[in-house]
Ligand binder design. Structure first.
Ligand code: UDP
Ligand code: MG
Length: 337
């Protein structure tokens, strides 16, 4: 077993890779000597990331380059990397060097001192990110901690150091829609924060456009809370109370011989009720869609190729496809019957 694994999901990060490799190697060496591995996961990049990874892996026996069969998204790429890691402790870090690898030494020390299973990075500042990203992230983390039961730390990303047993516990969770920082909070053990300043991206631009951010936020909330489903009962209760009041009012008008006319008020009620119903239906749809996805029980990812790092055991949550060459060899070895 290796002392330390560093797992990095990469999507179109070619310009960062060389510098990333240097800084990760230096940080790992300073902390654990030569007993480490770096697992780079290529999440279906459309640039030259994979060829660069292969080249780096050819020169560095400590580098394991994993090529997924397509783009699965940040959280699944990370899952693949964790599945294939072998270290006693595992560092998760982004490829863009926004999170400083040099913090590793402090994280290891903290893990040892506090006997913690998880040391997670909390962002004190976020350099070079748009005001919009900062504001949405700020709102999101606070909404999340109010909506969910798991104690998900505020302003913490996936940058964290985990013990082997924490990683194994995480890998025992089979869900498709993964919100890893929340899942890590759910597993328990002792988890301690370490505060740091987030740098700018080393190169390239964010791989989280608004669409992916919204999807991510939905996964987080539907994955950790059924509170939105209870919205319907609250709205329903409020509407029933107002309808009783309305009936009493109409009865009073009828008895006193008055009548009211009004197209506007009628239309307003119809439209508001329609909107509320559709909204609640959509919320239910989110959860049903999630159930549907989970019920299919597909593997979470498919590994097309692994370069360097020797042979890896079959990953429990994904599939490692065999290359046609492997098949040809095994066919030759087997006696025909
Ligand atoms: N990433 C990935 N697959 C994707 C999107 C992102 O593996 O589909 C990786 C990306 O290469 C980076 C990490 O996830 O290492 C975080 O992405 P990014 O830095 O763009 O997010 P931000 O820091 O802007 O939130
Ligand atoms: Mg980033």
């Amino acid at each position: 077993m290796t002392a330390l694994s560093i797992v990095v999901p990469c999507f179109n990060e070619e310009p960062c890779l060389e510098r990333l490799h240097q800084r990760l190697s230096a940080a790992a060496r300073a902390s654990v000597g030569e007993d480490y591995e770096i697992v780079l996961v290529n999440d279906g990049s459309r640039d030259a990331s994979w060829s660069t990874m292969r080249r780096l892996a050819a020169d560095d026996p400590r580098l394991v380059a994993v090529n997924l069969s397509r783009n699965y998204g940040h959280q699944l790429a990370l899952t693949a990397g964790l599945d294939l890691s072998r270290g006693d402790v595992v560092l998760i870090i982004d490829a863009d060097l926004q999170d400083p690898p040099e913090l590793l030494a402090d994280m290891l020390a903290k893990m040892r001192e506090e006997q913690a299973d998880v040391v997670y990075g909390v962002r004190r500042s976020r350099a070079g990110e748009t005001a919009f990203k900062r504001a949405t992230a700020h709102g999101f983390y606070r909404l999340l901690s109010r909506a969910t039961d798991a104690d998900i730390p505020v302003d913490a990303g996936d940058f964290r150091l985990m013990s082997r047993r924490a990683v194994d516990a995480l890998m025992a969770m089979p869900e498709q829609a993964r919100f890893i920082r929340g899942m890590v909070a759910w597993i328990g053990f002792k988890q301690v924060p370490i505060v740091y300043n987030r740098d700018q991206r080393f190169a390239g631009e964010t791989k989280y456009p608004l669409r992916k951010m919204v999807r991510f936020a939905f996964d987080a909330i539907t994955g950790f809370s059924s509170a939105p489903l209870k919205l319907a009962s609250h709205v329903g209760l409020a509407l029933s109370i107002s309808s009783v009041l309305l009936i009493a009012f109409i009865g009073y008008l009828w008895l006193s011989g008055q009548s009211i006319q009004g197209w506007t008020s009628l239309m307003l009620v119809v439209v508001v009720l329609g909107a509320v119903q559709m909204f609640v239906l959509a919320l239910m749809g989110e959860y049903i869609g999630r159930l549907y996805n989970e019920a299919k029980r597909r593997p979470l990812y498919i590994v097309q190729e692994i370069a360097g790092g020797g042979s890896r055991p079959a990953a429990p949550l994904g599939v490692i496809s065999k290359s046609p060459a492997d098949d040809a060899e095994s066919r030759v070895d087997q006696p025909r019957t």
